[in-house]
Design a protein around this ligand. Structure first.
Ligand code: AMP
Ligand code: GLY
Length: 431
């Protein structure tokens, strides 16, 4: 008999996960809490929020769910995986203690420092005066971050001391990020090119995924404030095989070992945000889940059945597993609502979804959407993740934007240059 899976979350990452899990011959039914209209074409959505832990556990028990896949960081940091494991249910995702790698930047930085894992020099503060003192001693550029979760918006890169004072003011005085800003991490500014290396981890063993890169800034040319991510692609030409091997040896493996040694074995996806500067490789951040939108291109390239991999992480049996990748590139363009990453309107009807759905090797993943009567409307900041495969990143880019051009709503915004660095590298390599 096939397996019933419960997927927790309702964004673009979860639509990509539902799309991939639905292709598994092992799965007969996918439930998703709360899901979205895109996910509803693949799974039965139930109106339980991703942070309603007790309701989720009761639901999983009542439906005899055999695997729970937790998409977002919030339920992980609240301890959903622990509650489900206590009921004997297999879970893809780390425990509450292990999720601190993302939930507390202070925890993450201190762990890396204790184990001499390369990362930017830093100090953590609970009082703005002491932080300001340190910032003045260090000088600009400098990075000021909330220690807690802030939907990808809590890291403020400051070019000047004035900007750093303003960042500190926003986080600690105006408390723009609430309790996430009770503690700040002030960090050395690192130069270089960022890349994301995600790995399946079963507590002990590590299976890296293909490389990926995302664009965090809201505007073209990587300008403007950071968002959760405006687009992503895989593979990442900047992340060569040699760099992947080094990232595993110097960063990911020592971190997984450190977590086990300190009594918080890590299970799930471990996402390392890396800064590459020539031969220097440093950890920018850890996320305890698939990146959003990196998940979308990664899963479009994954040929292997994902369900055995998710189960292997859940049950500590990743040995001898491998991933077969589509050699093509995949690229995702996020279409967002006007005003994002600030406040944005909701409820605008989205046009062109059925036309875009006709394109081959292209999937329009829903992120912030809602079904209203007979039409799909906007319901979040990041609304869609339009993702396409192509022979090379330039072709994937061209095809993704072909689909983007078919879709429209009042006030839509998207970057027009997703993948520009990779395209330039590809052109250079082709002479
Ligand atoms: P984080 O939430 O820590 O990943 O930071 C979000 C983004 O801020 C990163 O993806 C980088 O673009 C930028 N950033 C964070 N820390 C640094 C740093 N130490 N140096 C330069 N840029 C950084
Ligand atoms: N795209 C970056 C993240 O998911 O945190």
């Amino acid at each position: 008999m096939g397996m019933q899976v419960l997927l927790v979350g309702g964004g673009g990452r979860e639509h990509a996960l539902a799309w991939k899990i639905a292709q598994s011959p092992q799965v007969t039914k996918i439930w998703c809490a709360p899901g979205n209209p895109g996910i509803a074409t693949l799974a039965e959505c139930v109106p339980i929020q991703a942070e309603a832990l007790d309701e989720l556990v009761n639901f999983a028990v009542a439906k005899a769910i055999e695997l729970v896949v937790i998409g977002p960081e919030a339920p992980l940091t609240l301890g959903l995986a622990d509650l489900l494991r206590a009921r004997g249910i297999a879970v893809f995702g780390p425990s509450k203690a292990a999720a601190q790698l993302e939930g507390s930047k202070a925890f993450m930085k201190d762990l890396l420092a204790r184990h001499a894992i390369p990362t930017a020099a830093y100090q953590t503060f609970r009082a703005p005066e002491a932080a300001w003192q340190y910032i003045q001693e260090q000088g600009a550029p400098i990075v000021v971050k909330t220690s807690g979760l802030a939907a990808g918006k809590g890291a403020i890169v400051c070019a000047t001391l004035d900007e750093a004072r303003d960042a500190l003011d926003r986080i600690m005085i105006q408390r723009e990020f609430g309790a996430a800003g009770d503690e700040v991490v002030v960090e050395e500014f690192l130069r270089g090119e960022e890349a994301s290396l995600l790995a399946f981890v079963d507590g002990e063993r590590i299976l890296p995924l293909a490389g990926a890169q995302d664009h965090k800034a809201i505007w073209d040319g990587d300008q403007g404030p950071n968002t959760g991510g405006m687009g992503a692609y895989s593979p990442a030409p900047a992340l060569t095989d040699a760099l992947v091997a080094r990232a595993v040896d110097e960063i990911i493996r020592p971190t997984v070992r450190a977590m086990a040694e300190e009594g918080h074995p890590y299970r799930g996806i471990l996402y390392a945000g890396l800064m590459i500067d020539g031969n220097t490789l440093k950890t920018l951040e850890y996320n305890v889940r698939f990146g959003d939108p990196e998940c979308q291109p990664l899963l479009m390239r994954m040929r292997s059945d994902i369900v055995p991999l998710l189960l292997a992480c859940a049950t500590g049996s990743l040995e001898n597993m491998a991933i077969d990748w589509d050699p093509r590139s995949a690229l995702c363009v996020v279409m967002a609502a006007k005003g994002y990453p600030g406040s944005y309107p909701k409820g605008d009807p989205i046009h062109g979804l059925s036309q875009a759905a006709q394109l081959a090797d292209t999937v329009v993943f829903h992120a912030g959407t809602r079904q209203a009567a007979d039409q799909v409307v906007t319901a979040g900041g990041r609304v869609l993740g339009v993702t396409a495969l192509g022979h090379g990143v330039a072709e994937a880019q061209r095809r993704a934007y072909e689909a983007v051009r078919l879709i429209d709503w009042d006030g839509v915004q998207f970057r027009r240059d997703i993948g520009y660095r990779a395209v330039a590298r590809e052109q250079q390599a082709q002479g």
